[in-house]
Ligand binder design. Structure first.
Ligand SMILES: [Cu+2]
Length: 499
């Protein structure tokens, strides 16, 4: 099994191959596409990187988009279906799309290595690998296209997902500005020249000059404790989106009375973290970043950049239930509404009553992997210092700034530990490509934490992760705050003898 030989996934796929669990998937297998997916020669799904117009705060905005064969954002794969995709670049500019959290061979990871350059405008790139089931997402890894919504859900269903007794709801969050990408980054760095090639440029944004204002410093600062301040939001966004919409006109998802929901939460924001609040409902977290955890009941969840949460919600009956996401350090919020047929949906305020606290590790500390790593001492431990500041605006790993970095070397078969210590005054959601890691210590205290692909390292905090080196290649390891990554906070994890 792929590739990394994780037993849970193997058994899942074995079950599928046996045909036993297929009985549970009959409704979807009736579709031609799902049936075709089980054939070795199934045709590739067409995924189009293009542009589209959104209306935000009553104004049109030209943004990017990733559109699947059904005309909807992203892709949803059926159990056992390969990730067999033709990515067609109709964006009018080069792009490359990363399948966040998936574990493909490194040349299919969608990262712009010299060996895998961006896809020129008008070209098509093909992908074919065995995906892992769960809630994933996709985003451009070229320039700052992610900020202009070159992002979409990537849902890989498991056999249990196919049972008809629950309704899947995907809630993808984003932050939005009418400003151009050049202006956003220049507002932080004070330099237009810092803008890498590949952004949308001024032509793509409408009314850019009239909207928004850029923070020049730590205006999102919140008091943490005497003598310590923490910076939260670098950018003053114009809107926060849930499935591309604001609370002025939220998505209303029609639900069955007393039905069960599988809520797939995705934080696709470039520089914002949220507290997700189920309001009157409570939910059970069953997976983080696509990987199962021991069930944990909650009605409020911190969600760092790039992270996902799968939450079961049993609706208490008829009614309408807002699912709200409030930005840390701000009153601004966004969300969707779950409403049974005929239930009245009242208007929702776009701001909460008070600023949300910083997103923290309160949930992380409680999470336990359903399928943890086999206990084993690390063969290699890399220690990484996360540092940086607002003035000048630049962020580093071990004092180095991407792309001038020294790769962290690992070798196939090793158990690898990475201890990340944050010396800076901002939190950093750290993402490793090509591997799922387990969170094994917070501030030095061991835990049998979640298996995932992105973990928050809070201000002055220390988080240790561990994984098995089972996917040879060149892999990016970076902060998922787009502005931190663009100003240096990325390094490479590398296996020897990779060409
Ligand atoms: Cu960061």
């Amino acid at each position: 099994m792929r590739e990394n030989g994780r037993p849970a996934l193997l058994s899942r796929r074995q079950i599928l191959a046996s045909g036993v669990a297929i009985a549970g998937t009959i409704p979807l297998l009736r579709s031609a596409r799902a049936a075709a997916a089980l054939d070795a020669g199934n045709t590739a799904l067409r995924l189009t990187a293009g542009t589209r117009t959104l209306v935000v705060n009553g104004k049109p905005a030209r943004v990017f988009g990733l559109t699947g064969p059904d005309g909807k954002p992203g892709l949803t794969l059926t159990p056992g279906e390969r990730f067999k995709v033709d990515l067609v670049n109709e964006a009018g500019t080069p792009t490359i799309v990363h399948w966040h959290g998936q574990l493909p061979p490194w040349k299919q990871d969608g990262f712009p290595w010299p060996q895998t350059p961006p896809i020129p405008a008008g070209d098509t790139q093909s992908y074919d690998y065995a995906p892992i089931a769960g809630t994933y997402w996709m985003h451009s890894h070229h320039g700052m296209q992610e900020q202009s919504l070159m992002t979409a859900p990537l849902i890989v269903r498991s056999a249990p997902d196919m049972r008809a007794d629950r309704q899947e709801v995907v809630l993808m969050l984003h932050d939005f500005s009418f400003r151009t990408l050049d202006e956003l980054l220049a507002g932080l760095t004070g330099s237009q020249s810092a803008m890498p090639k590949g952004g949308m440029g001024k032509a793509m944004n409408i009314d850019a000059a009239s909207m928004g204002s850029m923070k020049s410093g730590a205006m999102g600062a919140m008091n943490m404790e005497p003598g310590m301040t923490m910076d939260l939001n670098d950018i003053d966004y114009d809107a926060f989106l849930a499935n591309d919409r604001t609370l002025a006109d939220p998505e209303i998802v029609r639900t069955e009375p007393s039905g069960r929901i599988l809520l797939r939460l995705i934080n696709g924001a470039s520089s914002s973290q949220f507290w997700v609040d189920l309001g009157a409902l409570s939910g059970t977290v069953v997976a983080v970043d696509g990987h199962p955890v021991r069930p944990l009941r909650r009605s409020r969840f911190p969600l760092a950049m790039a992270q996902r949460l799968d939450v079961f919600i049993d609706l208490p009956g008829n009614g309408s239930y807002p699912i709200l996401a409030q930005v840390e350090g701000k009153r601004a919020r966004t969300g969707i509404v779950l409403a049974s047929s005929g239930a009245a949906v009242s208007r929702l305020a776009m701001e909460g009553p008070e600023n949300a606290p910083p997103v923290d590790l309160s949930l992380e500390r409680r999470l336990e992997a359903a399928q943890p790593l086999v206990p084993r001492a690390p063969d290699v431990t890399h220690r990484v210092i996360l540092d940086g500041a607002m003035t000048p605006y630049a962020w580093s790993m071990n004092g180095e700034y991407w792309p001038r970095v020294t790769p962290l070397m690992i070798a196939t078969g090793q158990r690898v530990a990475i201890e990340m210590t944050n010396h800076s005054m901002m939190p950093h959601p750290m993402h490793l490509h090509g591997h799922a890691f387990q969170v094994v210590a917070i501030n030095g205290a061991p835990l049998n934490g979640a298996v995932r692909d992105t973990v928050l390292v809070p201000t002055k905090g220390r988080v240790t992760i561990a994984f098995d080196a089972d996917n040879p290649g060149r892999w990016a390891f970076h902060c998922h705050n787009l502005y931190h990554m663009m100003t240096g906070m990325m390094t490479e994890i590398r296996y020897p003898a990779i060409i």
